[in-house]
Design a protein. Structure first.
Lengths: 140, 442
């Protein structure tokens, strides 16, 4: 058991802690939004709110099977891939809400889209976020 | 209203197609197969002896035959057209499933519109939808037709059957998302009408029209959903029963009509909670229907009422891509009769019941009268129960596809069962089913 803990489990946990990049929540530089909470972000991406501080915000997501989307859904939305699909299937097919547009493939594409579409909100794990967008929250 | 919505939807599709807003096409489906493993005939009432005797007839209620794809297979296609830069949405959803006949068999597929609605958010977090909507008769199971959202192949039929009077309504609904910390509190009200006319089989036509007012409160926190609801409804039902009687060597066709008005209410409480290694799901429902203004030939049910209580609890243990689970469900229906009408009803029943030979009718009539109300209650099932134990296993093939397998035991400990598909199981009957299914969304 000791070998298992020291040889496998602990290094795995450390690796996760060390290599999990923070997720930056970004909006366009001319957005009125200056700050946001993690709860607010979750509400936006789960269709439970469409405004933050009375400012309309449209969340944009990565394609569902990209590593960053999986990490974001797990860390921020508290949903594994199946739970995420089931959550939106329930809302979509009962006519209540529609999931966020999820067509981004890379952080670069996300930043480019957010920078040119005022009123949208996205996320990236880039260590140096380009100046075309404004970081309003960093989730470690 | 539906015609107007069709028109609006067509116009909007063409408008949206020419604009930047993108039309989304999504769908869901379950390909499910049910195999009857064993079926015991149970007992049936012998009106001449005023007692039960073993039934020689084994029935495959709910499946119609030993194996069936139609019972658990379903498909849905959802088309959503955003308007005004996504501020409004027009949604149409086509749905196909095995057709449910009054005898509980699913012999063919039927398709219908399950959504045709316009949705908007005029004020922050306040959502208004009108058109053809899905009625939230069951809170968690509101999406019961989307098999993918369920841990089992089909919703527990024994607790949705009798209250499934209108699964779609034409009307409007409003809900508000009130966010408090990590919780979302969602009150919802709605009003609408439904009309689920038959014919359900070749021998009868059923017209059922009603209005429903529903009130729902949901609390959501991460992967926990708690729902409570209270609905009231009022409507009327007319059944035309066709009979062919041979008189003087000629087949004479008669149409006999039953009509009744009814009102009632549903009370529902449900919870669905997902944790890393535990999945819980439970629901309780009570449905009461009062009938009055009865006009008919067969069952003079003036001032009678019917109460259905159903509940289920599911416990699953997620282990990686696998989730074994066990579901226990029970339902009970009680038919409350006005004692003043019992003798009249018994007389009518005996006179019109083709199952009682003419020669035996005087004896049956005498026996029932001798026993008064209690005798009638024995003759006509006034209470029915059903209990189900279901062992299942889910395998997550991908984030959009789940494979499922189940073994199910359904039995009727008292006097017959209730519920969609299994309606009519005889007292003491037990059936065992196996189900296999693939659930998917796209």
């Amino acid at each position: 058991l000791r070998k298992l803990v020291w040889g496998f489990l602990l290094p795995s946990l450390l690796a996760t802690a060390v290599y999990a990049d923070p997720i930056s929540i970004v909006v366009s530089t001319d957005s009125k939004l200056t700050q946001i909470t993690e709860d607010d972000v979750a509400r936006l991406y789960l269709g439970r709110s469409s405004t933050i501080n009375d400012i309309e915000v449209t969340p944009i997501d990565f394609k569902e099977d990209t590593p960053l989307a999986l990490e974001f859904h797990s860390k921020v939305l508290k949903k594994n891939p199946l739970q995420y699909q089931q959550y939106w299937a329930r809302l979509l097919f009962t006519g209540k809400a529609k999931p966020p547009v999820a067509n981004m493939e890379t952080p670069e594409a996300m930043v480019k889209f957010i920078s040119t579409n005022k009123g949208t909100l996205g996320y990236t794990n880039q260590k140096a976020v380009p100046p075309e967008v404004k970081v309003i929250l960093v989730i470690e | 209203m539906r015609t107007l919505l069709y028109l609006a939807f067509g116009l909007s599709l063409s408008a949206a197609a020419s604009a930047d807003d993108k039309i989304s096409i999504r769908g869901f489906g379950t390909v499910g197969y049910t195999q009857m493993l064993t079926s015991e005939g149970g007992e049936e009432f012998d009106p001449t002896a005023m007692s039960y005797k073993p039934s020689k007839t084994k029935k495959y209620w709910g499946v119609g035959k030993p194996g069936s794809f139609t019972r658990d297979t379903r498909f849905g296609l959802n088309i959503d057209a955003p308007l005004m830069k996504g501020k409004m949405h027009l949604t149409a959803q086509f749905y196909a499933e095995g057709a449910n006949q009054t005898n509980g068999f699913y012999k063919y597929f039927a398709q219908r519109l399950s959504l045709l609605s316009l949705r908007a958010e005029p004020v922050n977090n306040l959502h208004v939808t009108f058109g053809l909507l899905q009625a939230p008769m069951w809170m968690i199971s509101e999406e019961r037709y989307v098999g993918f959202t369920f841990p089992y192949i089909r919703p527990p039929s024994e607790v949705v059957g009798i209250t499934r009077s209108g699964d779609t309504i034409e009307g409007a609904t409003v809900y508000y998302n009130w966010n408090v910390g990590s919780w979302t509190i969602r009150p919802r009200i709605g009003y609408g009408s439904y009309n689920n006319n038959g014919p359900y089989d070749t021998n009868s036509d059923v017209e059922n029209e009603a209005h429903i007012f529903f009130n729902v409160l949901q609390l959501e926190y991460e992967n926990i959903l708690i729902s409570a609801a209270y609905h009231t409804f009022r409507g009327n039902s007319t059944q035309d029963l066709y009979q062919v009687v041979n008189q003087a060597g000629m087949d004479m066709r008669f149409t006999l009509a039953n009509h009744l008005d009814y009102n009632g209410y549903d009370t529902v409480l449900g919870v669905k909670a997902e944790f890393p290694h535990l999945f819980l799901m439970a629901e309780y429902s009570n449905n009461t229907v009062n009938t009055y203004n009865f006009e008919g030939f067969l069952y003079p049910m003036e001032d009678s009422s019917q109460n259905v209580t159903g509940s289920y609890a599911l416990i699953g243990v997620p282990m990686g891509n696998w989730m074994p689970r066990v579901t226990v469900a029970a339902a009970k229906r009680t038919f409350n009769l006005d004692a003043n009408n019992v003798e009249k009803m018994a007389e009518t029943l005996i006179t019109n019941n083709p199952d009682i030979p003419d020669a035996q009718k005087p004896l049956a009539r005498q026996a029932i009268r001798a026993q008064g109300t209690d005798g009638f209650r024995k003759f006509y099932r006034t209470e029915s129960q059903q209990m189900t134990i279901n062992l299942g296993l889910n395998y997550q093939w991908s984030s959009t596809t789940v494979l499922k397998a189940e073994l199910e035991r359904v039995n009727s400990p008292a006097t017959g069962t209730i519920g969609e598909g299994l309606f009519g199981l005889k007292r003491g009957s037990t059936i065992h089913l196996a189900n296999f299914a693939i659930d998917f969304v796209f």
